[in-house]
Design a protein around this ligand. Structure first.
Ligand SMILES: C[S@@+](CC[C@H](N)C(=O)[O-])C[C@H]1O[C@@H](n2cnc3c(N)ncnc32)[C@H](O)[C@@H]1O
Length: 220
């Protein structure tokens, strides 16, 4: 079995079963490298990349709504990466995978130039304290890599509920990259209880907190 025919979750391992529980899958572990991009994604389909997939709601919805695209989610925490993998497996989704990976390193080391039509970063951890800010996933280096991996005309989607972080990232993008934007992204009315882009968007909106959304485009 190669990577393209592997389970929809991108699992390295066959589902394990016990007599009392549903089959469980695990996200493929790319934390220590060793994952080849060209084995991961089908050649013929546009690819979209999500950084910090959490429990995988975006991957599930986007892959279902856009079957002609292939989605790759990167999630650092094993617990969430596995939950996202389980979600994709449960819904029989074959055009999305989730990897357990440090997105900063994976972008730098494993994603070729002009390989993706979209990069999505939703509600990244803000790391409030100054001494922890180096843990933020959106750094100047990551933004440089995002520009590099996007095709001309490709989109960078960034949403957060933290105004300071929104302004900081928009400032970095405008000062240090050639992406065009931020373009305004209107809020969509939810039509059912899970009709949100991600779990964190759902949580913010159910608590009446504002969500700041930006769309940037790489010039052609
Ligand atoms: C606040 S949660 C948001 C999850 C999801 N995007 C949402 O909106 O519901 C941020 C996620 O980013 C993940 N994360 C943090 N640093 C990361 C990194 N360097 N690479 C990949 N994922 C990362 C965290 O483990 C966490 O699941």
């Amino acid at each position: 079995m190669n990577d393209r025919t592997r389970d929809a979750s991108g699992s390295n391992l066959p589902p394990s079963t016990t007599s009392h529980s549903a089959p469980r899958v695990q996200a493929r572990d790319a934390l220590r490298g060793g994952v080849e991009w060209r084995e991961l994604v089908p050649d013929e389909r546009p690819v979209e990349l999500e950084i910090g997939s959490g429990k995988g709601l975006f991957l599930q919805t986007a892959a279902t709504e856009t079957p002609s695209h292939f989605f790759v989610g990167l999630e650092l925490a094993a617990k969430f990466a596995n939950r996202a993998a389980q979600r994709l497996h449960k819904h029989g989704i074959s055009n999305a995978i989730v990897l357990r990976a440090d997105a900063k390193r994976f972008l730098q080391e494993s994603v070729p130039d002009a390989a993706v039509v979209g990069v999505h970063v939703y509600f990244p951890d803000p790391w409030w304290r100054n001494k922890h800010k180096k843990r933020r996933v959106l750094t100047e280096q990551t933004l440089e890599d995002i520009v590099r991996v996007l095709v001309p005309g490709g989109c960078f989607h960034f949403w957060t509920d933290v105004l300071d972080y929104y302004e900081h990232v928009c400032g970095m993008v405008m000062d240090h990259t050639r992406l065009e934007g931020p373009h305004y992204v209107p809020q969509r009315a939810a039509e059912h209880t899970m009709d949100y882009t991600t779990h964190f968007e759902r949580r913010a909106r159910l608590h009446d907190q504002p969500v700041y959304r930006a769309l940037f485009v790489k010039p052609r």
